[in-house]
Design a binder for this molecule. Structure first.
Ligand code: 13P
Length: 252
């Protein structure tokens, strides 16, 4: 099970140090789940250092450029991310797609670059409200997956983790029902298996909070969650992780 925190454009280095200190005290080392942090690029090294004694915690970047190097002001290559201690990279987050105009094709180039650079991609897919209301959820998710993963070797597909984040559920307080999420997860899982994955991991994201984590994780199609707002304080994030772990260990 994976609990992933996307800090987006929040939390600078000194706040990250304070966060990590309190978090490692509140959340003991456990082998049954991993906790992933995606801090801002300027906070990455501090976060990596702060969690260096915790093998259950990994850190990554929120975005990468697909080129190995060059004149791309403001962008970060996979090699630069790795050199700063990242072992993960978010790719195709809906905010990159919809606010910054990232195309399906660009997302695909990023996934390939991340895999070739030896990092684990966490590929995000998900439909907008308009697409959902048109009944296009499955078609959109499938298109995003196909465009992102086209031409990859089965070994690369096996290393790719996918997050289903319906755009209308992000930061809005609205979540997909656990059953709706599970249906989309089943489609994603089946596609990944078709393309060579053996035990695909699919996370859910979009207004996940301590008070809905238990019902979401009751769906065994969810291998974990990708969380924005509720990962920004030690109190909410540690409570969400604790409740989530307990939900999976206690049969419903
Ligand atoms: P919220 O949890 O704030 O809805 O954000 C979800 C998200 O975008 C995580 O990547």
């Amino acid at each position: 099970m994976i609990f992933a925190a996307n800090w987006k454009m929040n939390i600078g280095p000194s706040e990250a140090r304070r966060f990590a200190k309190a978090f490692v005290e509140a959340v003991p080392l456990q082998s049954r789940r991993e906790i992933w942090f995606f801090p801002s690029a300027v906070t990455l090294t501090t976060t990596v250092k702060a969690f260096r004694d915790r093998p259950d915690i990994r850190c990554g970047v929120q975005d990468v450029h697909w080129a190995p190097d060059g004149a791309f002001t403001g962008a970060i290559s996979v090699a630069l991310a790795a050199a700063s201690g990242a072992t993960l990279a978010l790719v195709g987050h809906s905010e990159r797609r919809h606010l910054f105009g990232e195309s399906d094709d660009e997302t695909g180039k990023k996934v390939r670059a991340v895999l070739e650079g030896g990092l684990t991609p966490l590929l995000c897919v998900g439909e907008t409200l308009e697409e959902r209301e048109r009944g296009d959820t499955m078609a959109v998710v499938l298109r995003q997956l196909e465009m992102a993963l086209a031409g990859l070797e089965p070994e690369q597909i096996r290393r790719t983790v996918v997050a289903y984040e319906p755009v209308w559920a992000i930061g809005t307080g609205r979540t997909a029902t656990p059953e709706d999420a599970a249906r989309v997860h089943a489609l994603i899982r089946a596609s990944l298996v078709d393309w060579g994955a053996t035990t695909p991991k699919v996370l859910y994201g979009g207004s996940v909070k301590p008070d809905n984590i238990v019902s979401l994780l009751a769906q065994h199609e969810l291998d974990g969650v990708l969380v924005g707002g509720a990962s920004l304080t030690t109190a909410t994030w540690s409570s969400l992780v604790a409740k989530g772990v307990e939900a999976r260990l206690t049969p419903q």
